[in-house]
Design a protein. Sequence first.
Length: 286
Amino acid sequence: MKVCDRRDFDDEELMALLREIAGPRLQPGAEMHRKLWEYAMLGLYLSDAGALREDAEALAIAAGSEEPLFWLANRVGRVVATDIYGEGDFAYREAAATMLSDPAALAPYPYREDHLEVRAMNALELDFPDESFDIVYSLSSIEHFGGPAETAKAAREMARVLRPGGHLVIVTECLLGRHPLDVPLVNYVIRLVSGGRRCATATLRRRATDAFTPRELQRDIVGPSGLQLIQSLSLEQSPASFDNVIRWGADGKLSPAMESSRPHIVLKAFGAPWTSVFLALRKSAG
């Protein structure tokens, strides 16, 4: 529905919820980060939609140990966190295997422990019956699932387990404009010519940067889900969002344009810049 924008952090309601969800670990002055924006947008949307109810059940996809899990456990009847815990590229920092045995040790604040269940599960094969949850969400994860086919499969799986009238929230990364270097074929050629030193993950259908164009969001996520966006996607952004573009180096190192790492809103590798995009979809009750 919208991309992360510098002006969003001037909204008092969003900032209050951002701090509430992030909890006491959030350092003063560190609030202006697109990841924390994702948390606040999820909370604002579910609150405005009336989805935060004691009889509601929520499913988090590729959730790691992120703060919204614990925040939601204090507000809905059941939260199920899923991820390939202890496996994959994110196991060492976001999806530690200890989440399966002791999630409380990773919690940023007290939560209703009996309201949170943690399960090891691949997002492409959700081990739940159809129409099992009132809320399904995924924050900045679907872009890492593979190429277009895997992305589409994940979107279908999320929609499948959503109950009629339920809410699906997918936050991912969106390219802000066009650039010839973002064409998957060009990335693949760069990979071949460089002997894999650059664009190492590129294929004929997948660029090295894990971000979608607006067209790909519709083709690979919204369309396969079979659901409708609550609102059409807006790519409007203020110039201030680009004041501190974070450059993503080939080695994964992040280098901000300014001395400070905040604001952390827009990133750039070698093609077009990108940022977080918030998509909210609803399953028809009929």
